[in-house]
Design a protein around this ligand. Sequence first.
Ligand SMILES: *[C@@H]1O[C@H](CO)[C@@H](O)[C@H](O)[C@H]1NC(C)=O
Ligand SMILES: *[C@@H]1O[C@H](CO)[C@@H](O)[C@H](O)[C@H]1NC(C)=O
Ligand SMILES: *[C@@H]1O[C@H](CO)[C@@H](O)[C@H](O)[C@H]1NC(C)=O
Ligand SMILES: *[C@@H]1O[C@H](CO)[C@@H](O)[C@H](O)[C@H]1NC(C)=O
Ligand SMILES: *[C@@H]1O[C@H](CO)[C@@H](O)[C@H](O)[C@H]1NC(C)=O
Ligand SMILES: *[C@@H]1O[C@H](CO)[C@@H](O)[C@H](O)[C@H]1NC(C)=O
Ligand SMILES: *[C@@H]1O[C@H](CO)[C@@H](O)[C@H](O)[C@H]1NC(C)=O
Ligand SMILES: *[C@@H]1O[C@H](CO)[C@@H](O)[C@H](O)[C@H]1NC(C)=O
Ligand SMILES: CC(=O)N[C@H]1CO[C@H](CO)[C@@H](O)[C@@H]1O
Length: 564
Amino acid sequence: MAHRRRLDSATCWLVLGCLVCLSLAKNSSSSNPLSIPPSQYWDGIDGLWSTFPIQIGTPPQVVRLLPGTSATPGDSVFVVLPEGCIEAYPANCAGSRGYIFAINRSTTWSVERLSNSGLFNLLLYEEEKLGYSGNAFYGFDNVTLGLAGSRMPTLSHQLIAGIATPDFWLGSLGLSPLPFNFTTLNEPLPSLLGTLRHEKQIPSTSWAYTAGAYYQDPPVFGSLTLGGYDSSRFVPNSDISIPFGADQSRDLVVGLQSITYDTVGSSPLLSSGVYAFINSMVPQLWLPIGVCQAFEQAFNLTWNETAELYLVDDVVHDDLLSQNPTFTFTLGSDSKAGNSVGIRIPYAAFDLNISAPLVPSTSRYFPLKRAQNSSQYTLGRVFLQETYIIADYDRSNFSVAQAFFPSPSVAQSLIPILAPGDQAPTVPDDLVSGSGSQRKLSPGVVAGIVITAAVIAVLSGVLLWLVSVRRRRRQSTTPVHSIDYSKPELACHQKALPELDAPKLRKVELAAITGTGSRQELDDHSTSQGGSGNQPLEYELPTGHVAAAEMGVQVSSDCNAPAK
Ligand SMILES: *[C@@H]1O[C@H](CO)[C@@H](O)[C@H](O)[C@H]1NC(C)=O
Ligand SMILES: *[C@@H]1O[C@H](CO)[C@@H](O)[C@H](O)[C@H]1NC(C)=O
Ligand SMILES: *[C@@H]1O[C@H](CO)[C@@H](O)[C@H](O)[C@H]1NC(C)=O
Ligand SMILES: *[C@@H]1O[C@H](CO)[C@@H](O)[C@H](O)[C@H]1NC(C)=O
Ligand SMILES: *[C@@H]1O[C@H](CO)[C@@H](O)[C@H](O)[C@H]1NC(C)=O
Ligand SMILES: *[C@@H]1O[C@H](CO)[C@@H](O)[C@H](O)[C@H]1NC(C)=O
Ligand SMILES: *[C@@H]1O[C@H](CO)[C@@H](O)[C@H](O)[C@H]1NC(C)=O
Ligand SMILES: *[C@@H]1O[C@H](CO)[C@@H](O)[C@H](O)[C@H]1NC(C)=O
Ligand SMILES: CC(=O)N[C@H]1CO[C@H](CO)[C@@H](O)[C@@H]1O
């Protein structure tokens, strides 16, 4: 009888300890931001960009990606397929594209219920307005953030878009939490950030990013944090908080109040404010034609109609170097007035090279593009070299700050962003109940109390259990149900999994632009290289051209079909 009671109380203590450990595990795992280490490579053919490695598939294939801040492509992972490297491209194509992902070498790749072998148009609301397009083989596979051994999470069944279009030379790691809604599937597909949040791997639906700066001495890699930010990467008090734009695919909209440069007596390059979209998927700045003309006059830039770029020759380059302007972009929530912050960008950030296949031969260029109308105004990745963006999807706001380039010896300083309503841990109710007091203890004290309680509880449980078992052993020779030490942990682990609640965010329709034609039944051999010209694929390409090397189908001689 006494034995029974002891066993019961042992179980009781174990359960209590387990509950505490469960809530601890839950809270501790949900309070740490994830910082994805940079690949330490500078990739790209329209600038030198700091990429981030991820592993896809089984066995894992490592690719280097750029963070994608924009909402539409944002919710999937873009990776370049072998079809993205055709003979006409530079010999080091695969390396130059951040390495490629071979679908048929992954045993965990699946297209599941996606029709058309997963082949769809890329859905690009914002980038499409700038002339970007492409197709992708969509499917699902395991994704591990970072390189092997970096102790980053592995996520099963993530939506991957395998691309070949040169419009996006490097793949991208979508940061948008918006779920993806295929027209042919009933349920929205969770995004990477949504999955991480759902699994409580990050404390909130937020990220922080700065692109890094090759031109710094020494070069400083980009910084990408999920669920928090790195306070060592921006100048304190240089930031401004801005609410998301009303259009969910154009959330990071800022009022660009002016652009000036530091030559004495110079007039502003932009003086009448406009709204511009911050988008890391796009390298350049897209500004009103009047502003482009002001740049042309100030720096002797010439628009090349063929390349649709400001190509820079040695004369102009030398002049720019000797003038060495620093630009100040003044921005705020409003484009005309109100609180603002000035982001200073040295010319070095705009001193870029562009290479084949985007142009016939490598040339210097100034990363400015002529926008036709306000829907095209964009501050691309060049701008993110000198800015630190924190986007908080729980509060629908983001902040823009002057990036800071710490010396290599300075450690990261990761600060979690808590979801609204989540406080720093307080004493759980069941531990203080009865006392009637609601006073809050400091997190350190609480952690101490809770850990001690948990340890004591578990130890007591184990001890009592051991005692009981020993007694039983003595009493009976029949084998006792052995103690499974792994079980409470397992239970904790299972319980720690979050409740299923789908993010209540807008679903993105894929290829919903037209009712028909956006999907095309495709038999297996027409996907293979060299499909007959009589059987052109009829994807709806909004810009009306099939980009070279699109999925290896009918490679056109028009290889330089870059973003316009
Ligand atoms: C994968 O597909 C490519 C063609 O895209 C082919 O050359 C290669 O042999 C295939 N590899 C395997 C392991 O099937
Ligand atoms: C990879 O994916 C498979 C199938 O979805 C899954 O069973 C497996 O657990 C995943 N691997 C890891 C390490 O998550
Ligand atoms: C969002 O708004 C909250 C409340 O005003 C503020 O505390 C927070 O700093 C803002 N976050 C960002 C990233 O701007
Ligand atoms: C502008 O650049 C061209 C070369 O592209 C050069 O010939 C010309 O002298 C420059 N003009 C001025 C005013 O510097
Ligand atoms: C424009 O750029 C192309 C290369 O893209 C070059 O061949 C051509 O000469 C340039 N045109 C002018 C007027 O500089
Ligand atoms: C651009 O190319 C020139 C040679 O054409 C090279 O000297 C320079 O370092 C390159 N700049 C960058 C940023 O790669
Ligand atoms: C903006 O300009 C682009 C390119 O000329 C055009 O395709 C688009 O329809 C224009 N959008 C609006 C709203 O006028
Ligand atoms: C864990 O967080 C929840 C709220 O998310 C809170 O109610 C609970 O008291 C916390 N537990 C501990 C042990 O800090
Ligand atoms: C969950 C959900 O709303 N899914 C929608 C995705 O889009 C298709 C086509 O519009 C709808 O039928 C689904 O209901």
